[in-house]
Design a protein around this ligand. Structure first.
Ligand SMILES: [Zn+2]
Length: 186
């Protein structure tokens, strides 16, 4: 992307040329030097950033903040989502945050909340948690030869002390629900 053909709005005579400078920043006691994207006028020497450059600078700063706060960076969120085999839309349906949340997390337009960060790590570390969230969101995965079945009158008490809140469903490979329940209740 080059701005070299843009007329400088400050002096109205020179042309703007894209530059990448250095941007020393500090956040929570951590200092670093980020890239600073801006344009320089070849006549009046004024420096200015257009919307695209401002967005790029903001993304770089957000990525630095995420690292400083111990949160997943945009690249890491993307890698994690892809590891889970989810589209951005599916991830938002399952984990929340709104329809374009993951696009914003992954480009570092937005810093995800600490709660969202923990939820994503939990989903990766505990497949059963992901399956439960996925099912509640109605984003079912079809595993070869397996289907979801409604648990019907199945009750957690049948499994002993384990308590589960909300609707619970069982995965069965091919056995009808009735047999499945009988096996759990035995
Ligand atoms: Zn100028």
């Amino acid at each position: 992307m080059s701005n070299s053909d843009y007329l400088c709005p400050v002096c109205g005579e020179g042309n703007l040329h894209a530059h990448v400078g250095k941007n020393p920043v500090e956040y929570k006691g951590r200092a670093t030097e980020l890239e600073l994207h801006f344009s320089l006028c070849d006549a009046c020497g004024s420096e200015q950033a257009d919307a695209g450059q401002t967005r790029t600078n903001k993304r770089l700063m957000n990525a630095f903040k995420k690292r400083a706060d111990g949160l997943l960076t945009g690249v890491e969120v993307r890698g994690l989502r892809e590891r889970l085999g989810l589209s951005q839309a599916e991830a938002a349906q399952i984990f929340g945050g709104g329809p374009v949340a993951f696009s914003k997390y992954e480009t570092d337009d937005v810093v995800q909340s600490e709660a969202m960060d923990k939820l994503l790590r939990l989903a990766v570390g505990l497949p059963a948690a992901l399956e439960l969230l996925r099912h509640r969101a109605g984003v079912d995965r079809v595993i070869a030869g397996e289907e979801w079945h409604a648990a019907g009158n199945w009750h957690p008490a049948a499994l002993g002390a384990r308590s589960v809140s909300g609707p619970v469903r069982l995965i069965s490979s091919s056995t009808p629900c009735g047999e499945q329940e009988a096996r759990y209740a035995a």
